[in-house]
Design a protein around this ligand. Structure first.
Ligand code: GLC
Length: 518
């Protein structure tokens, strides 16, 4: 098992709840579905799961629009189902992290409904960010991350801020009531036994009190009016005090879109345990880019005493099998590279966050019908931007046709997004006993990492390598990743695992190897 504290070099598996497993046959995944499939996660060999939001929600942004932070959406189950899931996960030695969404609520949250019913200037509006202003010009030039302006005007003349969809009004973190409420929500889930939190939009809670335009801030070199403002750190100090009151190494990881010293501030010893480091999600398949990103990621967090985190895919980006399929014309290359990338990230110091379905080598689904798409990015761009539905298609578990075991057989609702026919050969069942399958490979890699991890120092040393390859060493483990098309010679040592077949002592292009070296 992993060293203490557990999260420092854990492998965490992101469960996109709506798309993992559907026990009740309504076409949406649910908590009972997850409980029924915990065996898959235990066999895979991950240390923890991170559940995306399953709280009461109209699902305007897949559940990142929360209407009740203390209840489970009926589509996803009940609090009793949640308790059963936690107990079953813990019984298998799996930790459970839940998502917390503090930057905004759903527009259906009772607080926002109250604010809408109350007049401008009333205390109910003070929980959100309302501003008066002329009807033809939003109060600032801030954009919504999903496209268009971040302000919406009400008939009474007030505008409210939504950095994401219009259905996601931003909370006012300068209001002490908001802070108290979230402290109580954290305790609610900690009391139910969660091992940690993934904090959504963790850097965004505070906005410039002067409501300066982005353009104006940039001209004065004054940082961002909406990201990583200093006040946010006081919130995480308080959250850390709460986490530390509980036994069992409870933790928090922030979704922070900052770099270098600004990122490290979140990792001070009385703040968050981890932050996501997303750059690999945007790297092309290049030795140079990977090496630069790894070097920068380590340098960003190690001085703060933290360990880095690695992410290849998530519910927010195109799946890496598809990203690595560039340039087109080499069928299968994306999958070969994705398998190599796994050995790379699992050999690095720190922890890895895997995204459901990558263990099956799932590609992005690019050809979803327009009327099936639900991502607000797709909707707000009038279909100009495909958005994130293509990485959120339900998981194929078995069988020969939709719903591929995602929902129980026979007469239930269709999966909330259609599943491609080609996934017939990618189901868990199809790969389970196939020794060369991606699933079998993930299991081997995770098992081996577990047996090695205690021997590995938290530092890494780069070794000489041809320009299109990377070689790094951590104590007895050497990892070689060949980003090129031509084979490279392996260093001396015992080959422990490769992502594809070897040619004698040569590691072919688009593959990686782990060796035990002196
Ligand atoms: C985060 C989530 C994303 C969501 C957004 C707004 O970036 O990962 O899925 O849309 O926050 O809550």
């Amino acid at each position: 098992m992993t060293r203490s504290p557990w999260w420092r070099n854990a492998v965490v598996y992101e469960v996109y709840v709506r798309s993992f497993a559907d026990a009740d046959g309504d076409g949406d995944g649910d908590l009972r579905g997850i409980t029924s499939r915990l065996g898959h996660l235990a066999d895979l060999g991950v240390d923890a799961l991170w559940l995306t939001p399953f709280y009461r929600s109209p699902l305007a942004d897949g559940g990142y629009d929360v209407a009740d932070y203390r209840d489970v959406d009926p589509r996803f189950g009940t609090l009793t189902d949640f308790d059963a899931l936690i107990a079953a996960a813990h019984a298998r030695g799996l930790r459970v992290i839940v998502d917390i969404v503090p930057n905004h609520t759903s527009d259906q949250h009772p607080w926002f409904q109250e604010a809408l019913a109350a007049p401008p200037g009333s205390p109910a509006r003070e929980r959100y960010i309302f501003r008066s202003g002329p009807p033809d010009r939003p109060p600032t030039d801030w954009p919504s991350a999903f496209g268009g302006p971040a302000w919406r005007r009400l008939p009474d003349g007030d505008w409210y801020l939504h950095l994401y969809a219009t259905e996601q009004p931003d909370l006012n973190w300068r209001n002490p009531e908001v802070r108290r409420e979230f402290e109580s929500i954290l305790r609610f889930w900690l009391d139910r036994g969660v091992d940690g939190f993934r904090i959504d939009v963790a850097g965004g809670l505070f906005k410039d009190p002067e409501f300066a335009d982005l353009g104006e801030m940039a001209r004065h070199g004054a940082g961002s009016p909406i990201h990583s403002r200093p006040e946010v750190h006081e919130v995480y100090r308080e959250w850390r005090r709460i986490l530390d009151e509980y036994p069992g190494e409870r933790m928090a990881i922030g979704e922070v879109w900052s770099e270098g010293p600004e990122l490290a501030r979140y990792l001070r010893s009385d703040e968050l345990h981890q932050v996501f480091q997303f750059d690999l999600q945007f790297a092309s398949w290049s030795a140079r880019e990977f090496r630069d990103i790894v070097t920068a990621a380590v340098a960003a967090v190690v001085p703060a005493g933290a360990a880095p985190t690695w992410v290849l895919s998530s519910h927010d980006v195109v799946r890496h099998v598809t990203r690595y399929e560039q340039p087109p014309g080499m069928p299968g290359i994306g999958l070969a590279r994705a398998r190599a990338a796994l050995l790379c990230v699992l050999a690095l110091p720190g922890s890895a966050y895997l995204y459901q379905g990558e263990e099956l080598g799932l590609p992005e689904v690019l050809d979803l019908p327009a009327d099936a798409r639900q991502d607000p990015i797709w909707k707000r761009s009038d279909g100009a931007v495909l958005g994130r539905d293509g990485c959120r298609v339900p998981l194929p578990w078995g069988g020969k046709k939709e719903p591929y075991g995602f929902s129980p057989d026979g007469g239930g609702a269709a999966p909330w997004l259609p599943m491609p026919e080609e996934w017939r050969s990618l189901t868990v069942e199809a790969q389970d006993h196939e020794p060369t399958s991606t699933l079998a490979f993930y299991r081997r890699a995770l098992r081996l990492r577990r047996t090695l991890v205690d021997e590995l120092p938290e530092t890494l040393t780069w070794r000489d390598a041809p320009p299109t390859a990377l070689v790094f060493q951590r104590g007895p483990l050497t990892c070689v990743v060949n980003f090129g098309d031509h084979p490279v010679r392996l260093p001396e040592g015992e080959v422990l695992l490769t992502s594809g077949p070897l040619y004698g002592e040569l590691l072919p292009g688009a593959s990686a190897a782990w060796l035990r070296t002196a």
